[in-house]
Design a protein around this ligand. Structure first.
Ligand code: SF4
Ligand code: SF4
Length: 96
């Protein structure tokens, strides 16, 4: 991801949903709703069913994934997303 994630992005804002995730909670998992087209591929490939789809829609009219706390930071959804809407960052890079 070219854009550096700022501290404020760790909480949801108008564009990003960001969650502290991983076994040791050492990753920040970011969903860029401006990129997401609601295809559900990310949710379908997640081995621990950590993603479910929203009931509300983005400004562009798409549902989007929400992380439920089970994410192990395996990255499968990141590689699967055709719109590059998901990224992972080290927690220390965005919280210090
Ligand atoms: S795979 Fe990407 S575009 Fe599709 S729903 Fe997930 S985040 Fe959105
Ligand atoms: S990084 Fe892995 S565990 Fe986390 S939501 Fe994506 S597929 Fe699921």
């Amino acid at each position: 991801m070219s854009k550096a994630v700022q501290n404020s992005d760790v909480q949801s804002n108008e564009r990003f949903d960001a969650y502290i995730v991983g076994k040791r909670k050492n990753r920040v998992f970011v969903i860029d709703r401006d990129r997401c087209k609601g295809c559900r591929i990310c949710a379908s490939v997640c081995p621990v069913e950590a993603l479910f789809m929203s009931t509300d829609k983005t400004d562009r009219g798409y549902i989007y994934p929400i992380e439920n706390g089970a994410c192990t930071a395996c990255k499968k959804c990141i590689y699967a997303c055709p719109d590059f809407a998901i990224s992972l960052h080290k927690s220390k890079d965005v919280t210090e």
